[in-house]
Design a protein around this ligand. Sequence first.
Ligand code: ADP
Ligand code: MG
Length: 685
Amino acid sequence: MKNLNKNSFLFKDISSIKGVGKILEKYLKNKKVDKVKDLLLDLPYEVTDRSKITSLNKLEIGKITTIQVTVEKYNFPRIRNLPNKVICSDKNNKINIIFFNSREGYIRKILPLNKEVVISGKINFYKQQYQITNPTYVNEINSKDKITKIFPKYNLTEGLKEKIYRNIILKVLSNFDKDDEWYSEKFLKENKFNKLEQTLKNLHNPKTNKDINSNDYRRLVFDEIFSNLLYLSKSRKIVKVKKIIKKFDKKKITDIVLKNFGYKLTDGQLKILSEIENDIRSNHRMFRLLQGDVGSGKTILSLISASNVISSNHQVAFMAPTEILANQHFQLAKKLFKGTNVISSILTGKTNYKEKNKILSMLENKAINFIFGTHSLFQNKIKFSNLGLIIIDEQHKFGVNQRLRLAKKGGKNCDLLLMSATPIPRTMMLSYFGDMDISRLKEKPKNRHEILTLVKPERKIDEIWPLLKSEISMNRQIFWICPLIDESKTLNYSSVKKKFNQINKIFPNQVGLIHGNLNKEEKNLILNKFLNKMIKILVSTTVIEVGIDFPDANTIVIEDSNKFGLSQLHQLRGRVGRGKNKSICILLYKNNLSANAKERLKILKSTNDGFEIAEKDMSLRGFGDILGFQQSGIKNFKFADPIHHKDLFFLAEENIKKIEGENFKKYENLLKLYDRAEIIHEIGN
Ligand code: ADP
Ligand code: MG
């Protein structure tokens, strides 16, 4: 086994490589090449193939080409600045070889009259004739093998010349430290992987254009995925420390909460509740993700968990991504904890100074048991007396680092429950949430109807009004979603303000308007009016996207639906269909849907299963920007592609489980290679 104290060659500064001077170092740093590993992990994207001889009647302009021709005639003009020209031919055609700044003697030497030669360079077309200007290679026919046959191409930034860059790479590869390997021979063999050294040598000397399914590329993909899983597993160990005080004092408050809730919990809910209760009772800190589609009934589970923790004399903090949502959870809690002695409160960015100070001192004195809020809950100045549980709703907006920081903030005795309605494809599950235990809530409460989804062009909008009239006559409510707040000169999308005026004419005094530019009081006023059914139609931007619950809203109309991502549409649609009545979702579009948009709307029409939608979204759009994970702070993969390399995700999953109990010393360099080690170091201490 290797000597781990030694600083691995991979992490040497690029300036320590012989031949890399100050200037080159600067250019390389511009290209984000700092360390040897940065150079090695920057793979060529294609190859230039000079190995094939192309006939002069098959030339393609702009392509780097190798030709075999006979030198016919010189044309050396005696006028300054005019280039020297050599006319050559094969049996099919003629070509001009052009030299700027080359002396006659030199040209005569490399291209002797009547001799057959091999020339390689880029084909141009000038004055109706093919030409190669300043050819890269000119060789005698019997040494044509000297022409580098296949040459890797890199993305180079200004100042970096191909040949120089290539030479550094070759130098680095020849100095590669054989000890830089973390897998056993057996494992490598089983999976057809080469050692890291050979892998990198092969990838930098490719015979074909980049091939993400080659064994060598796949080895790097595996490295990357595995490094990510190691990182998550390490972070899990940091979080799941032993609790000092175990909690759990079931029944006292929980019974009242359940009674106030009024519904029977589904089997799925009961199962998850027991998982959570086991965690809370255990002597290891809970770090659990509760994942369930929109409307599956996660909130009640978190509130019951809170009641357990509060009964055992701890405080609970509940964080939501928006104020509206924090407030709705707070209101629900007030209702469900009625008849108990639990004191709850809410703290948001807009809570006024005086009130805030009061809440802060009450939290410190344990006069508040249950606090709701947004991010502001975790400012430094907030001190809890004995925080026992942090609940976070719609958690996918937080990344691993944020989760770790949060865990640290809560302290060793604090359990963590995160909830997310964002379904994530199975391949990615462990890569994103491998640090947590996961509960999946699959079934929805039984009193639900399927949501009927219709896709309509906007010109048929008049067909919708009678439907809305009949819904309103049955005392039901409608959401109307537009992408923009104000009209835009540049974007051809609908705005809520204009739409509000339009609908208000058809349904006077029954329409409300809400969007992100309103302040808290204004928003609350409207939401409460809608909740109390003083208004029937709520025209809104996506501010109503997450989590808010309106049981009598049965219809949602989404304008410019093709503008939104699949998962976002699914979330929006989840705003209806929560009550007992049948619900409808109408997706409107202006004309000219792209094929991709058509397919997306079709998928929504065909299924209401968030997990299925996520899988399809991924195969349709690639992993790129689905699900809003860019915001999560998790770096996108450099090599791994969740669609093409599915099997490697599963292989990594299988292997991380095998070594869970071990320390990861031998993988230190792998963690470092993908910049995971420092984060662990920073947060773990
Ligand atoms: P989400 O999982 O999207 O956060 P919620 O927790 O907001 O969903 O629940 C959606 C709706 O379902 C709420 O109105 C809630 O009261 C209701 N609900 C939850 N559990 C049940 C149940 N077991 N039976 C009936 N209704 C339920
Ligand atoms: Mg919710």
